[in-house]
Design a binder for this molecule. Sequence first.
Ligand SMILES: *[C@@H]1O[C@H](CO)[C@@H](O)[C@H](O)[C@H]1NC(C)=O
Ligand SMILES: *[C@@H]1O[C@H](CO)[C@@H](O)[C@H](O)[C@H]1NC(C)=O
Ligand SMILES: *[C@@H]1O[C@H](CO)[C@@H](O)[C@H](O)[C@H]1NC(C)=O
Length: 392
Amino acid sequence: MPDQYQNLDGETAHTLQQNKAQAKKSKLIVIFSLITLLLLIGGGVAAWYFITHQKGSTPPATPDNSGNSTTVDIGDDPSKFEKDSRLHKSFYGIAYTPEGSLMPNCGNKLENVIRDIQLLSQLTGRIRLYGSDCNQTALVLEAIKQTKVDMEVYLGNYVVPDDNTPYQRQRDAIKEAIVTYGPDHVAGITVGNEFMLNYLTAHQSKEPNGPIGQQGAAILKADIDDTRQMVADMKLSKPILIGTSDAGSFFNKDVLASVDYGMSNVHAWFANQTASAAANWVFNFFDETNVQPASQLPNKPKMYIAETGWPTKSSDAGNANNGGSPASTQTLQTFIDTFVCQANSENVGYFFFEFCDEKWKDDIYGGVEGWWGLFNGDRTLKEITIPDCAAP
Ligand SMILES: *[C@@H]1O[C@H](CO)[C@@H](O)[C@H](O)[C@H]1NC(C)=O
Ligand SMILES: *[C@@H]1O[C@H](CO)[C@@H](O)[C@H](O)[C@H]1NC(C)=O
Ligand SMILES: *[C@@H]1O[C@H](CO)[C@@H](O)[C@H](O)[C@H]1NC(C)=O
């Protein structure tokens, strides 16, 4: 499926962007859509804007550059590390994937995860992971243990449609890691990342609450319930919440009704917003599409922004501008300056996307996909100023 920017208002469906090269890789390409649904609420009309974005957080079928991290020297005592005065603990949360965490190559290294956790802990007290393959859960918890930093983690279990083996493998790895490290630093387990988007896309549907959506939801919900049972059976000393994450417009109501929290990808870049308008667009979209609908459900799941950010470059000229603004460190700075402190003061829980540039995403997807980091791939800070406003 090609990149899409769609406006479904009952009459029109425009595909405004198509990328032939990427169209070949149907499951692996970036998908985004902006759908307007008109909802009659109490006689009034409310417009719900939906945007979805499937990107590099989807493990590719044949990862080819995931296992080549060089090992860094982190010294004798990882809890003693030099603080970078440019960094401030201003981010509610940050999206993180340890380098080399894709099957089958893997290749991640504890030393590198320790270095990342040392940096991350200077920016935030929360991170979220996307999956649990390649021992990444244990590595992250071991790194938190060794660095002794104040950090809680939303673990991830990347569920794929039509094969439950990856779910089970990751569930078992999560269980083992919690047995080893205890629940203290584990805030939640996120079951599914863009599962509904992927399921619907594979079955040519766009309706998370339609018949096909319900089929996908039943698969995901079974895994959510299974993880909840696993955690309950462990009789832990502290609760671990169970959630799911998906593209902003792809939450199924039954799935949301079965979780403690939902995490939603909200990307102003893919909605062609200018950098200066992006933050307000994100706040409005998230509130209308995710927070308000979730508050209507009996269980009132807590909603977070799973991903929001801004790319600093594109590997091709065609994607270097989203129609609103260019990808650049200046525009990332604008988004950071307008989003981070306001989100903190309004108690919007978000995971900034993302920790560092990821070469494997650039290799597979091209465009802006590999260039969303606060840090470069070599873990040097980009030419940006981190705001100083303590995150809640
Ligand atoms: C990654 O590692 C593999 C196997 O060790 C090697 O063949 C390949 O050249 C390496 N790639 C890079 C980019 O270093
Ligand atoms: C997973 O990581 C932990 C923490 O570094 C380590 O103790 C364990 O041996 C690793 N397991 C595997 C299978 O690599
Ligand atoms: C959004 O940006 C893409 C990429 O530059 C472009 O192809 C598309 O036409 C733009 N859409 C709008 C509505 O401006």
